[in-house]
Design a protein around this ligand. Structure first.
Ligand SMILES: C[S@@+](CC[C@H](N)C(=O)[O-])C[C@H]1O[C@@H](n2cnc3c(N)ncnc32)[C@H](O)[C@@H]1O
Length: 214
């Protein structure tokens, strides 16, 4: 179901415009000078309303974050959250993650966060899953040496699928966990996303893994 466009969208977007990731003529994101070294960037794909990426940007004020979200109004809410918090180390790109390799310099990303990615349960839509081989191969071109992908989801079907695709695509998995909130070590610095809070309150356990290139 499509969301009705938010009222005053143009004004609201204008209010937070400084937080947009600016793209240059060649279509690449212009990494803000304030971000310093280009090779120190963490990204979240499908940031939703932004609680997680804002939490990370607050937790690590010396690190830099770019959030990607394809739904304009959802992205706008995330930007408003970052703006209200006065964050300067995060930028937002409104668009589809399939364009990522055209948007960022090769091997410039230290961390990818995939939080509660859409499960696309039908087989015919499997290519859209952010942990499909198509995406996992694309991420390889973005990841810096020793980079990590952090993935969490309440959806066990997507999680089990992803365990297979990460392995198939040559990633090494660690800290694979089927109940993140009951793991004292792994959940110590966990920032709950909006979806995570909603679904864990409904009784779903949260699955979690870390993936690195061999
Ligand atoms: C289930 S929601 C989770 C949102 C947020 N990460 C959370 O945990 O609260 C998935 C989000 O990913 C976004 N998304 C899904 N596929 C995407 C893609 N290919 N590119 C950019 N955003 C995407 C959706 O628009 C949606 O906002």
């Amino acid at each position: 179901m499509r969301m009705r466009p938010k009222k005053n969208r143009a004004t609201r977007l204008d209010n937070v415009k400084e937080l947009f990731a600016v793209t240059t003529e060649d279509g690449k994101i212009d990494i803000p000078a304030s971000f310093g070294e280009e090779s120190n960037i963490s990204i979240e794909i499908g940031c939703g309303k932004g609680r997680f990426i804002c939490g990370k940007a607050m937790q690590f004020p010396d690190e830099n974050f770019i959030a990607f979200e394809r739904v304009t109004d959802v992205n706008m809410m995330a930007m408003e959250k970052a703006f209200a918090a006065g964050l300067t180390n995060v930028r937002f790109h409104n668009g589809d993650a399939k364009e990522l390799c055209n948007l960022l310099p090769p091997h410039s990303v230290n961390t990818i966060y995939l939080n509660f990615s859409d499960p696309w349960p039908k087989k015919r839509n499997a290519k859209r899953r952010l942990t499909s081989p198509l995406f996992l191969e694309m991420y390889k071109g973005l990841l810096a040496p020793d980079a990590v992908i952090y993935f969490k989801t309440d959806n066990i079907g997507l999680f089990e699928y992803s365990l297979e695709t990460f392995a198939e695509c040559g990633y090494t998995l660690s800290n694979v966990c089927y109940d993140l909130h009951n793991d004292a070590v792994l959940s110590a610095n966990n920032i709950q996303t909006e979806y995570e809070e909603k679904f864990s309150e409904k009784g779903f356990t949260i699955n979690y893994l870390e993936a690195r290139l061999k």
